[in-house]
Ligand binder design. Structure first.
Ligand SMILES: *Cc1c(COP(=O)(O)O)cnc(C)c1O
Length: 470
């Protein structure tokens, strides 16, 4: 592709993006395709000869687009939306054109220094004390893996990377039973082993772990010759928003000298609003925090921020310095590749800079406050109907409900049928979970361009679809 073609196709792609966003409400939110349908449209091997861009682009629109679930659809109420506010998409066009590798300061000084500045902006925006230093990771899963690796290395007095885990006492990590599966995977990948992830049953209306039970588990493990290493607290579990009392859990962790990581992947963005900060009271005393600006803040996926109180322990765990990566002669520079498992790093700070400037913190706070208020109002509208029950109360913008018409047995199966019918209808997209063993339907508002009218549509779609099943 020559430069003139590149210019023309870039303009066409940008125009396509704008048209796509303008008309996105006309599409069903969840892809209405069957497994294998798209693959059947794609040749089994790469072409030997070049094809015209016109054909490639046409195939994208014809074969790919119908098989997409539309994550930027304002009526995406499933999982937690992975957002891409237009200002951050524009930044990604630029990042994509430059395609810089931002592993070391010298491989892109501006990327490193903007990242440092953005982390300071975000730390202040979240009301965190300046003992925290931030770094952008690709995902919360990576940030949590880093935290678990630090826990392991601290507990083994920094010998794990060199010696492995054979012959060492069992390293124990503690969390509630509401944590995201990324915690389980971090425990697998770090070699600690799932049997050494101690899940404390969550209870109470916030569905958090009990600090006294945590304390007893740690004491019991010490007595058994195990090696307690860290605690992972959840602020806003993915299922129904399970939230630990960070202050109480943190006090136990500190008393035992354990490292404390907080997973606030979706809920963390809400902390730009001071009134929501009591939800993570005690966070100022933790060791590591992860939250995803690519979720509620609107930064184009992927952008996950990890704040650490002691960056040296992160670098000590992950830094590896072969000769070809040595940089000489400059003091005080940061090489962020030493702060993450992957060596290569995309320039993710640019989209955060564009986003924060294009909307301002006040604009982002308004969006989050609206989502929380609208979600609560929807829960009340459903609660007021005789055939619906609210299973878990709104945690910020997340609640779960169940349809319970009189005379219907097998409510689990009934609610799964309802969920599928809602998603086949296409006006909205919801996902399910289990609460105390029973199927519940989740509702989560968090898409960047959701309006109050979209929430009304959700109410209508839920109620109409349920009526249609009767
Ligand atoms: C989304 C989510 C994650 C995983 O985030 P990734 O960035 O996709 O790894 C982890 N924890 C919670 C609570 C989440 O909501």
């Amino acid at each position: 592709m020559n430069n003139d073609d590149f210019r023309a196709w870039s303009a066409r792609a940008a125009a396509w993006g704008a048209d796509y966003r303008r008309t996105i409400r006309e599409r069903p939110v969840r892809a209405q395709t069957r497994p294998g349908e798209v693959a059947a449209l794609i040749p089994a091997a790469a072409p030997e000869t070049a094809e015209p861009m016109e054909d490639i682009f046409a195939d994208f629109e014809e074969k790919i687009l119908p098989g997409m679930t539309h994550w930027q659809h304002p009526r995406f109420f499933a999982y937690f939306p992975a957002n891409a506010a237009p200002a951050s998409v524009v930044a990604e066009y630029l990042v994509s054109a430059m395609a810089a590798q931002c592993m070391l300061w010298q491989t892109s000084p501006a990327a490193t220094e903007l990242e440092t500045r953005m982390m300071e902006w975000m730390r202040q925006a979240l009301g965190l004390p300046d003992r925290f230093t931030g770094v952008i990771q690709d995902s919360a899963s990576s940030a949590t893996l880093n935290a678990v690796l630090i826990m392991r290395e601290r507990a083994l007095q920094w010998a794990g990377n060199r010696q492995g885990l054979a012959g060492k006492p069992a390293i124990r990590i503690y969390c509630s039973d509401q944590v995201h599966t990324s915690i389980d995977r971090a425990i697998w990948v770090s070699g600690i082993g799932e049997e050494n992830l101690v899940k404390i049953p969550a209870g109470g209306c916030s569905r958090g772990m009990d600090a006294a039970t945590l304390d007893a588990a740690i004491l019991g493990d010490r007595a058994a010759g195990h090696l307690p290493a860290g605690v992972i607290a959840s602020v806003g579990g993915t299922s129904v928003g399970g939230t630990d009392d960070v202050a109480a859990v943190g006090a136990v962790a500190r008393r035992h000298g354990l490292y404390l990581h907080v997973d606030a992947a979706w809920a963390g963005s809400a902390m730009i609003c001071p009134e929501f900060r009591p939800l993570w009271a005690g966070v100022e005393g933790t060791d590591s925090i992860v939250f995803n600006p690519h979720k509620w803040l609107g930064a184009q996926f992927d952008c996950s921020i990890q704040f650490v109180a002691d960056p040296d322990s992160l670098v000590r765990t992950l830094a590896i310095r072969p000769d070809y990566l040595q940089t000489h002669g400059r003091d005080g520079i940061l090489n962020y590749s030493e702060w993450s498992v992957p060596l290569g790093r995309r320039f993710r700070a640019l989209k955060l800079w564009f986003l924060l400037r294009a909307h301002g913190l006040a604009g982002l706070r308004t969006m989050i406050r609206d989502h929380v208020a609208w979600s609560k109002a929807l829960a009340e509208r459903l609660r007021a109907l005789p055939d619906f029950e609210i299973v878990t109360e709104p945690m910020l913008s997340l609640f779960s409900f169940r349809h319970r018409p009189a005379g219907t047995d097998h409510l689990d199966a009934h609610n799964l049928v309802l969920l599928n019918a809602i998603n086949d209808d296409g006006r909205i997209y919801l996902t399910q979970t289990r609460v105390d063993g029973k199927v519940a339907i989740r509702f989560q508002a968090g898409q960047f361009e959701t309006t109050e009218a979209d929430i009304d549509t959700a109410f209508t779609a839920i109620v109409e679809t349920a009526a249609g099943l009767a």
